[in-house]
Design a protein around this ligand. Structure first.
Ligand code: PMP
Length: 444
């Protein structure tokens, strides 16, 4: 089947979404609240979700593997999380006054991340990385930070640099990437303090630190990349990064907004066995409500005002409804068994997709682990962002479009996103999805 025919089928089954999108586009640019949500010819409009299924306004059903970009781990409308939300909402949604419930969540986080000395609660991944960087700068008295090429850490000015650089001519050499500003409105003066290194290259990190000796406050990275698709660290890479950052007195920040809570109870830190100085959490941590946290080792405890010099304010910080949802998700739903189930469903899923790839002779590979996977339409699993640039985006697009048209919301609409297994899935759901995924490969 040609892409044009798939798109025709997509449109035919979604007249209400088409209409709603056309109306929305007169009120909001592109008809979506975040541009990542748009794809041609128009995104479907969702009505409700339950467990691992979602339904759109036209009554089409999907198995949801996007799970709100990884923010849903328990499944949609989980009864225990919903009960906790309702119970708290009955008591009041927000006060801007301390409540006993926050302490319970902080204790749970410290249990899961024993290397951390404290956590502070915010609302979004953006805030968590912003405050983590601010804290590292306040602590070291230095200005520059280093990030990994191709990685997204939110859209504040310091990190919207070399997120997905598109023009090879602007990218500079692979071992010393030129930082590229990814949004109009970001001041060059802000951006010049963000340096960029390639993933999985400890020598390039050392060279970057030598070129900027004594000027770097922090290195921010995901311990397992989930932002140019899934890209695991080479064996020993993170241990080297830990040693190098110690040697150069650079704060190591793990942005675990995507992998935290998910890859293991103690997220990427537990999964990789490497402990950073600061960790950022959000998404799966919230049980479906907006919440984030940044935690740090005990040496940073006195940094926050008062008595410390670093500001962390926010009307919505530690709002009790999000805390109740997060606490229910972490303590009642995401037990050891749930992690085991996600891992074993993930393996079944990965194997099934790989079998289909082989059966249909498609040039594609599955990258990932622990219930988070990306299908790259290229010969080899990439080791860094540049190794993804040759992927066959056209094939990916046709394949993804077939899946969404036929009820598998495999990932958000980008070849750099991943599929997330949720605790609400069963082997039956996985096998049903694998059947449709197999059909999609057949179309190629
Ligand atoms: N860090 C990472 C690793 C992310 O994946 C994201 C969002 N995809 C963010 C930060 C920003 O989180 P938010 O969208 O909640 O602001």
């Amino acid at each position: 089947m040609e892409l044009a025919q798939i798109i025709e089928q997509y449109k035919k089954k979604r007249p209400k979404s088409a209409q709603l999108h056309a109306q929305a586009a007169t009120l909001i640019q592109g008809g979506v609240a975040s541009p990542f949500r748009y794809y041609e010819p128009f995104p479907f409009f969702v009505e409700r979700g339950k467990g691992c299924r979602i339904w759109d306004v036209d009554g089409n059903e999907y198995i949801d593997f996007n799970n709100c970009y990884g923010a849903i781990i328990a499944g949609h409308a989980h009864p225990e999380i919903n009960a906790a939300i309702h119970e708290q909402a009955e008591k009041g949604t927000m006060f801007g006054i301390p409540g006993a419930i926050t302490e319970k969540l902080l204790r749970e986080l410290l249990r899961r991340y024993p290397g951390m000395g404290f956590f502070r609660i915010s609302n979004t991944g953006n805030e968590a990385t912003l405050y983590a960087i601010r804290m590292a700068r306040a602590y070291t008295g230095k200005d520059k930070i280093i990030k990994v090429e191709g990685c997204y850490h939110g859209c504040h000015d310091a990190v919207l640099i070399s997120d997905k650089p598109h023009w090879p001519a602007q990218m500079g050499p692979a071992w010393a990437p030129t930082p590229t500003i990814e949004s109009a409105g970001i001041l060059y003066d802000t951006a010049k303090n963000t340096l960029v290194v390639p993933w999985n290259d400890p020598d390039a990190l050392v060279a970057c630190l030598d070129r900027n000796l004594g000027e770097v406050a922090a290195l921010i990275m995901e311990p397992v990349v989930a932002n140019f698709g899934m890209c695991l660290p080479d064996k020993g890479y993170l241990e080297k990064v830990r040693e190098i950052t110690r040697r150069y007195n650079v704060v190591l920040i793990f942005d675990e907004v995507k992998v935290g809570i998910r890859l293991a109870p103690g997220g990427g830190t537990e999964f990789t066995g490497v402990t950073p100085d600061i960790v950022c959490l959000s998404k799966a941590f919230g049980g479906g409500m907006p919440i984030a946290a940044f935690g740090a080792t005990a040496d940073f405890f006195d940094m926050i005002y008062p008595p410390g010099p670093m500001i962390h304010f926010g009307t919505y910080n530690a709002n009790p409804v999000s805390i109740a949802a997060s606490l229910a998700c972490l303590t009642r739903v995401m037990t050891g068994d749930a992690y085991k189930r996600i891992r074993s469903l993930g393996e079944r899923f990965k194997k099934g997709v790989e079998d289909s790839i082989e059966r249909h002779g498609v040039e594609a590979v599955v990258s990932g682990t622990g219930g988070m996977y990306t299908v790259f339409f290229q010969e080899r699993i990439p080791r860094n962002f540049r190794e993804t640039l040759g992927m066959d985006r056209k094939k990916w697009h046709k394949w993804w479009m077939y899946l969404v048209t036929n009820g598998v919301y495999f990932s958000a609409p980008s070849p750099y996103e991943e599929t997330f297994i949720s605790a609400a899935m069963t082997e039956k759901d996985i096998d049903e999805a694998l059947g449709i995924i197999d059909d999609a490969f057949k179309q190629l």
